[in-house]
Design a protein around this ligand. Sequence first.
Ligand code: ZN
Ligand code: ZN
Ligand code: ZN
Length: 556
Amino acid sequence: MRKRNLRLVVVLILMVFGVFDSAAQKKSKDESGTNLKTSPKLVVGIVVDQMRYDYLTRFWNHYDEGGFKRLVNEGYNCKNNHFNYAPTSTGPGHTSVYTGAAPATHGVIGNDWYDKETGLSVYCASDDSYESVGTATDAGKMSPHRMNVTTITDELRLHTQMRGKTIAIALKDRGAVLPGGHTANAAYWFQGADEGNWITSTYYMKELPKWVNDFNTSDAVEKYKKPWNTTKPINTYMESGSDNNRYEGLFETETSPTFPHSTPNLLNKKKDFEIIKYTPYGNSLTTEFALAAIVGEDLGSDAVTDFLAISYSSTDYIGHKYGVNSKEVQDTYIQLDADLEKLLTTLDKKVGKDEYTVFLTADHGAIDVPAYLSDQKIPADYFAYDSIAPKFNAFLQYKFGTANVVKSFSNYQFFLDHKVVKNLDIEIAKAQEIIADELLNYEGIDRVYTGHQMMQNNYTKGIPYILQNGYNQKRSGDVLVVLKPGVISYPRTGSTHGSPQIYDTHVPLLFYGKGIQKGSTVMRTEIPDIAPTIAALLGIAFPNGTTGEPIVKVLE
Ligand code: ZN
Ligand code: ZN
Ligand code: ZN
């Protein structure tokens, strides 16, 4: 009793001196249970395809105040955020962000993978049981059916009795279909080719809504038929290598990989809208379409939380073509920064400044072009499966009497023909081990693990931990290969990703807006932590395969 009186006196004194700060108020609210959940009118999930963490820091001085800087300065920055699995590619990346799980659980083990049941290669988002909407091609025959669990977007739909809307948008089909989850109102992606339209699948609807048709018939796409020049004078781009070098790919008809890239000539000649994807205009087009969706779908207009999932794909196409250190990548991020500013200011106006919550992350990182690294005396190289195939097949023939024991090689995994192996009276685990031992002899291969090891052990850190999180017992292969750091299977121009190495796992994670604290951390966070963090914020159920944990400091 006396203690309580004392506390009252202290509180009164604090109040008199005006130091009864808002943090204390918030805390007392929590304790009384009135802050059980935060309900922004809209959650905006942004995935930047192939964005390395250091793109935030390297290009920082070129960013304006309203884009990346606004998210970092006024939001929460997880500086040590990683994919906790391999393969680090787009399909698994988007799925893991939205499911709070890794491929071991959600089943999306690659963009494409060898399907053990049918013996065919399958694509993560394809579904022949649906038809295209908005295109005469097969590009719309998609659904999330290969994703075995729910997404944060699904859980929001369930929680709100389907009253909260989910709209997912990306140039790439998988960048929209997987984040949208199983219950999205719509997922839209871009059919380039000779069409240049936003399309979807009958999984979502029978025909495109009016606002999408209006967008498609407007000049929104046509106006990006312009040469790609740098937004700022190119000589101010001190944070990237020379424009003209042998580490960059060329557009058809180009003789050097230099600005300006005169893409419209090519676009007109070939009538091929795909080219827009390979310029920053692909991201601007995505932004414009997202803004049209906010209006067309009335997103964030009432008290029921809606979800807008945006994925920026052009960053990946450009990274693959020009590489991590290129002027082209630098300009792409400077232009994306302007697109983000446009998105955020529109959200301020349409939804309300403190009425929405944003997260921004990536679906994987990328490696610097190995040819460039090698020229800087850094160990780096290229690995081609074809170059080991003759010796490897000869080994299989010698050891097993047939090369048919190996059925497929995809996502750095060998799939064995279990029937053939069993007919030879060899245990699968033994065959895996024999093959693993052999593969370790080849140049460029750093480590080899077996499916048996993945099933028998419980790895808690390092490369085997990352491989195990990517290892789905029903879908993954028999022998897992890890190349040396700096070694990739790819042409000699441009960057790629897919490995368990740190350059592919380290990506940004920013939170901003309603319910989010200001701050930053260098404590390790992992991609599957994103969905449970948002679920905890919203006070809704976690996606049903969640293995990550809410990042407490973001919400405190
Ligand atoms: Zn990607
Ligand atoms: Zn260049
Ligand atoms: Zn990629």
